[in-house]
Design a protein around this ligand. Structure first.
Ligand SMILES: Nc1ncnc2c1ncn2[C@@H]1O[C@H](COP(=O)(O)OP(=O)(O)O)[C@@H](O)[C@H]1O
Ligand SMILES: [Mg+2]
Length: 314
């Protein structure tokens, strides 16, 4: 039995961003300092909560956001289940070095694909049966942090599952017997059946955007997806937070933030500052929070995690 590494709380003296209810949009660029916008209408979520990190663009910081927020909540003492919903990269599974215990036979090594499709008789030699989310949930090396891994075979869901895909994950979460305070889903950029199921399973969406030349368009496109889901399949889905990732002080970053605040007046909008340590963390097998606990991005994610969820009402 390996010992679990606790994820320590953040130091109090980090360089946290100011929290404001509204930005001073009149302030000239050179006097402008980054701040987290928490509108008076924002209501923190309460356990148990399901968050989906989503954007139909790649490389915007979805996986980073999912891992760092999950780590931040685990550090707050919450039991966190992180679902890897991106078959192309399986980045969460790789990053946190998720491994099946050696004594689990290969045919019983379940992942997210099995939750959607059940067992495969050609693999097990036995009749197919359903697989619960709990059976596909693995501990990580870190206390309070659990992962549902996926691999490239998750794409089989797209052509093998006949019907019922939409709410498969929603029901799998509802039917889970194990208690988790928070579920975080790292969704794929591809609007596949699995991604749709991730959006339908969630209470709150977190949208990371990387302020770049084409990002105003990118934001409009994910907005369309979200509003379609809200209209048809998941009316309770709320955009809780928009994060400008790899944040640097540019007019563009400011424009993207102001646009996000306009699109989602009740949501938190926060910069996540650009930090080299974030790029190094996956190779260390640990969240950035453990690799570089004093860096600005870690302070930013820590602060956003605290603002998004009120654990006291658990
Ligand atoms: N705040 C940040 N500062 C520096 N690099 C970052 C930051 N956030 C993300 N990155 C880097 O950007 C790249 C894309 O991030 P990733 O989380 O994999 O995006 P996605 O999951 O949307 O494809 C990665 O190399 C990651 O390390
Ligand atoms: Mg990713």
């Amino acid at each position: 039995m390996t010992t679990l590494t606790p994820i320590p709380p953040l130091a109090d003296d980090l360089e946290f961003l100011a929290i404001v209810s509204q930005w001073d949009t009149e302030a000239p660029h050179n006097q402008w300092t980054p701040a987290v916008r928490v509108p008076a209408t924002f209501r923190p979520a309460q356990p148990s909560r399901v968050f989906v990190v989503t954007n139909n663009k790649g490389g915007v910081g979805k996986t980073t956001t999912a891992v760092e927020l999950a780590a931040a909540w685990a550090a707050m003492g919450l039991r966190v289940r992180l679902i890897d919903g991106d078959p192309q990269n399986a980045a969460v599974s790789y990053w946190l070095g998720v491994e099946y215990p050696e004594d689990v036979p290969v045919k019983e090594r379940y992942n997210l694909r099995h939750v959607f499709l059940g067992t495969d008789p050609t693999e097990t030699g036995e009749p197919a049966r359903d697989v619960s989310l709990d059976e596909a949930t693995l501990p990580t090396r870190f206390e309070n942090l659990y992962v549902v891994p996926c691999g490239p075979d998750l794409t089989r869901v797209e052509y093998e599952r006949t019907g019922g895909t939409d709410d498969a994950l929603k029901f799998a979460i509802a039917e889970s017997r194990e208690h988790f305070d928070v579920t975080v889903i790292d969704a794929s950029r591809t609007m596949s059946l699995v991604t749709l199921a991730c959006l339908i399973a969630a209470d709150d969406a977190i949208i990371p955007v990387k302020p770049g030349a084409l990002d105003a368009q990118g934001v409009a496109s994910i907005n369309d997806v979200i509003s379609r889901i809200q209209r048809r399949q998941n009316p309770k889905l709320r955009v809780a937070c928009v994060l400008t990732t790899m944040w640097e002080k540019t007019n563009l970053a400011r424009e993207v933030e102001e646009q996000a605040a306009e699109d989602y007046p009740d949501a938190i909008v926060s910069p996540i500052r650009k930090t080299t340590s974030v790029g190094e963390a996956p190779a260390t097998g640990a969240p950035t929070r453990i690799h570089a606990p004093r860096c600005t991005a870690v302070a930013d994610y820590g602060q956003v995690a605290r603002l998004l969820l009120n654990p006291v009402s658990a």
